[in-house]
Design a protein around this ligand. Structure first.
Ligand code: SAH
Ligand code: SF4
Ligand code: F3S
Length: 468
């Protein structure tokens, strides 16, 4: 038995121990509240924690006031993510005054920052359990300790090689889910805190990933999103530079897998092999999420992104050559230190040239601990906001244009569920576009394939009618 399997066994035993303890402690099933912040990788870990506490006998509630345990998974990529958590803690303090038995748990990226831990220890002593990203796999054990302790437990590691397999998970959708293929990041983008809080890249064994997906398919999943901070360098840590393309091809032939997505690709590491795999494999969806961050090659150099504007545009050309109908989406930061009006115009130029279907746009946030935070000529907030508005206006026009191209076409949609008012169904195309169609008399199962003829386009979605 290797170390990881042994550790998984230990943690599964702790889940059982907690289940026993919970039965003794509460007459009726206790309740938990959980909230996620941050990226899809965080969200997957939130699902795992929710799955674990459900297995222990807790039921989920939607208000902190009704919970016996409140759990926050935190993000620290932007400054305001941290401020939000401190705001929440103020609110939780008043709830805990009324219910001293309440357990408060914080974990995730923000907890890897020493200043945060110091502050929680000093100013928020009513928080019961704090752990980080590197000992995430120890959650059942830590929870057990916390159930047996009155005081605050803080356990944050600087690093770890441990990847624990086989934990329960509580999926939001029955038919689709993310699957981690790697953890951490080896890129030192100068603005980004992720590599400091998530550590070095660690890839999961391909066999473990394939087995997990087979298990998910047996449980009703047809759509998977392979997740990592830089999926294109998957497997480099075990010496195979084409490991990601190979993995995609292996996932493609798992019986029952209908749609495969992956996130995030780094434009510098995106290879022709991966693009070919997307072109040739039936189930890999025709969407390329390629964050370009900034259009000016000088800003890209200072961001330490490892490509120029020209290289990025060449990559887009290669994608279009192999997969002409692919949608391309991106992430963009405005107001990086030293960004001039001319630099920003280069960003707008890339947006115009590529015609992204959608883009996540961010105002540069100064993260202490990163090299960019120390750079001179930080851009004033008013300038950053004004640039963001111009960028968003341009991108909204592009999104609408991309969606208008779908009008008249019949697209394959996987039904995600009815709207709140039960007037329309919503679902997504293979390329991730949100589609709404009237409920009328027909019943669909969540995850069912529906052919929808598109009749109207908006900035964020398209509308149509079911044709089968
Ligand atoms: N690993 C992924 C995503 C990381 S975080 C990638 O490299 O693409 C998601 C996005 O947050 C990034 O793409 C970037 O656009 C944004 N981001 C990261 N740090 C930021 C900061 N300090 N300020 C503003 N946006 C930031
Ligand atoms: Fe951050 Fe860059 Fe790594 Fe993405 S690739 S997580 S932006 S350091
Ligand atoms: Fe945030 Fe951590 Fe993801 S900092 S973006 S939750 S890796």
């Amino acid at each position: 038995m290797n170390n990881n399997t042994q550790e998984s066994k230990i943690q599964l035993e702790y889940i059982n121990k907690c289940t026993e303890l919970v039965k003794e402690k509460y007459e009726k099933a206790p309740a938990f509240f959980i909230q996620n912040a941050g990226c899809q990788m965080n969200s997957l870990q939130t699902d795992t924690v929710a799955g674990i506490v459900k297995r222990m006998g807790y039921t989920e509630v939607s208000r902190e006031e009704d919970a016996d345990v409140v759990i926050y998974n935190t993000c620290t990529v932007r400054e305001n993510a941290n401020l939000k958590i401190y705001g929440h803690l103020g609110h939780l303090k008043s709830i805990k005054k009324k219910n001293p038995e309440l357990k408060i748990i914080l974990f995730g990226c923000m907890m890897q920052e020493p200043e945060v831990i110091e502050k929680i220890h000093k100013e928020y002593s009513f928080v019961d359990l704090v752990f980080g990203t590197h000992n995430f796999h120890k959650f059942p054990e830590l929870f057990y300790r916390s159930l047996n302790t009155e005081g605050q437990i803080i356990d944050v590691w600087k690093e770890s090689d441990e990847i624990v397999e086989g934990m329960p998970s509580d999926r939001k959708y029955s038919f689709k889910t993310g699957v981690n293929i790697m953890f951490g990041c080896n890129n030192f983008c100068s603005y980004c805190i992720v590599q400091y809080v998530r550590g070095r890249e660690k890839s999961r064994e391909p066999e473990a990933i394939i087995e997990e997906i087979k298990g998910l398919v047996a449980d009703g999943v047809t759509e998977v999103m392979l997740l990592g901070q830089n999926v294109n360098s998957y497997g480099k840590d075990f010496g195979d530079k084409d490991a990601f393309a190979k993995l995609l091809r292996r996932v493609d032939i798992i019986p029952g897998v209908e749609r495969i997505h992956y996130m995030t690709s780094h434009p510098r590491d995106m290879s022709e092999e991966v693009i070919k795999a997307v072109a040739e494999c039936e189930h890999i969806c025709e969407n390329f999420h390629l964050p370009f961050q900034a259009g000016s090659s000088e800003i890209l150099r200072r961001m330490n992104r490892g490509y120029t504007k020209e290289k990025y545009l060449e990559l887009v050309k290669m994608v279009r050559k192999y997969v002409p109908d692919a949608t391309i989406t991106t992430d963009i930061i405005v107001g990086f230190p030293g960004e001039t009006e001319e630099d920003f115009e280069e960003t707008l130029d890339v947006v115009r040239q590529v015609g992204f279907t959608s883009a996540y746009t961010f105002i540069y946030s100064k993260r202490s601990g990163t090299p960019a935070a120390k750079m001179e000529s930080q851009v004033p907030l008013a300038v950053k906001k004004e640039r963001l508005n111009r960028l968003m206006a341009l991108q909204n026009e592009n999104s609408l244009k991309c969606h208008e191209k779908l009008v008249g076409q019949t697209v394959e949609v996987l039904a995600e569920g009815p709207s709140k008012q039960k007037t329309v169904w919503n679902g997504r195309t293979r390329t991730g576009v949100l589609v709404l169609w009237p409920i009328e008399d027909k019943q669909y199962a969540v995850g069912q394939k529906v052919n929808v003829q598109i009749e109207a386009a908006q900035t964020w979605l398209v509308k149509g009618k079911a044709v089968d």
